[in-house]
Write a protein that binds this ligand. Structure first.
Ligand code: CP
Ligand code: NVA
Length: 308
């Protein structure tokens, strides 16, 4: 029977906090959880959830994952806790980690997440920051693995904003040796420091391409992925971005240029007729709801390792 392993890193703040072997092991565990081949109980363990931004999938999938593992969660609302009144992260982290066994935090700045991790005596998980969304990427690559036998044969094209989701796809792509192409409007490229890190990791540097041309980027691709054009916290840029991102929608024209068996992914929530057309979102090619389901299995696997 496959067992959870103790990860070398205490925390999961970034997609690079796991080695390649650990990442593959988590995906394998996730598959076993999904197939109900694993019955791991972490009795009485408590996950603390701190969400400074909205969430449906991440919050609920963590709650259900802990329930399936025999543990429980506490959901801290910043506005009704002292967090919203400005209690320092270093105090909140020291207190919560005396009650909870693990913390999952969704916040704006990656440096704030790192501050929680610094002061918490228990593992801290990145439940999304402006910089990365590593739990989403675990589910994304689990979904890709369900379709394609070998990551080395996969071309993953992300079309849209070079945001947290794109950053995590790049880092995981580098780790796994997946060809990743990012097509975004000029000025909306992914984080340059993370691109640099990814190039350092890729054995074949030609496998990562950042372009402003969605048509060349989708050519022969196996996976087409998109996300909202304006992320949480960017609401004031919405009108401007809708103009700039014109031509970066996943529509039937772009899909026709990809591999004939290409699948469509979206981390959700989606804005139809913006980053993706309704036709493509609802098409046979979409694996969007498998991808959403896989958040649960991937996080169950991650938690079972972090709580070793
Ligand atoms: N994909 C994702 O993280 O969704 P939520 O914002 O609903 O958690
Ligand atoms: N890029 C999006 C992802 C939402 C799950 C955001 O940060 O709002």
């Amino acid at each position: 029977m496959l067992n959870p392993i103790k990860l070398a890193s205490k925390n999961f703040l970034s997609s690079l906090d796991t080695s390649l072997e650990e990442f593959i092991h988590i995906l394998e565990l996730a598959k076993n959880f999904k197939n109900k081949d694993l019955n791991i109980k972490l009795k009485e363990k408590v996950l603390g959830l701190i969400f400074d931004k909205s969430s449906t999938r991440t919050r609920v999938s963590f709650q259900v994952a802990m329930s399936r593992l025999g543990g429980t969660t506490v959901d801290l609302n910043p506005t009704t806790s002292q967090i919203g009144r400005g209690e320092p992260i270093r105090d909140t982290a020291r207190v919560l980690s005396r009650y909870c066994d693990v913390l999952a935090i969704r916040t704006f700045k990656q440096t704030d997440l790192e501050e929680y991790a610094k002061w918490s005596s228990k593992p801290v998980i990145n439940a999304l920051t402006d910089l990365e969304h590593p739990c989403q990427a675990l589910a994304d690559f689990m979904t890709i693995k369900e379709e394609f036998l070998d990551f080395n044969d996969v071309v993953l094209t992300f079309i849209g904003d070079g945001n947290n989701v794109a950053n995590s796809l790049i880092l995981c792509g580098a780790l796994l040796g997946v060809e990743v192409r990012i097509a975004c409007p000029k000025g909306y490229e992914p984080n340059s420091a993370l691109i640099k890190k990814a190039y350092e990791i890729y054995k074949n540097k030609n496998l990562l391409k950042i372009t402003n041309d969605p048509h060349s980027a989708v050519f022969g691709a196996n996976v087409l992925y998109t996300d909202v054009w304006s992320s949480m916290g960017e609401e004031n840029q919405k009108d401007e971005k809708e103009k700039v991102f014109n031509g970066f929608s996943i529509d039937s024209d772009l899909v026709s240029k990809a591999d004939k068996d290409a699948i469509i992914l979206h981390c959700l929530p989606a804005y139809r007729s913006k980053e993706i057309t309704d036709e493509i979102f609802e098409s046979q090619k979409s694996r969007i709801f498998d991808q959403a389901e896989n958040r649960l299995h991937a996080q169950q696997a991650l938690l079972s390792c972090l709580l070793q």
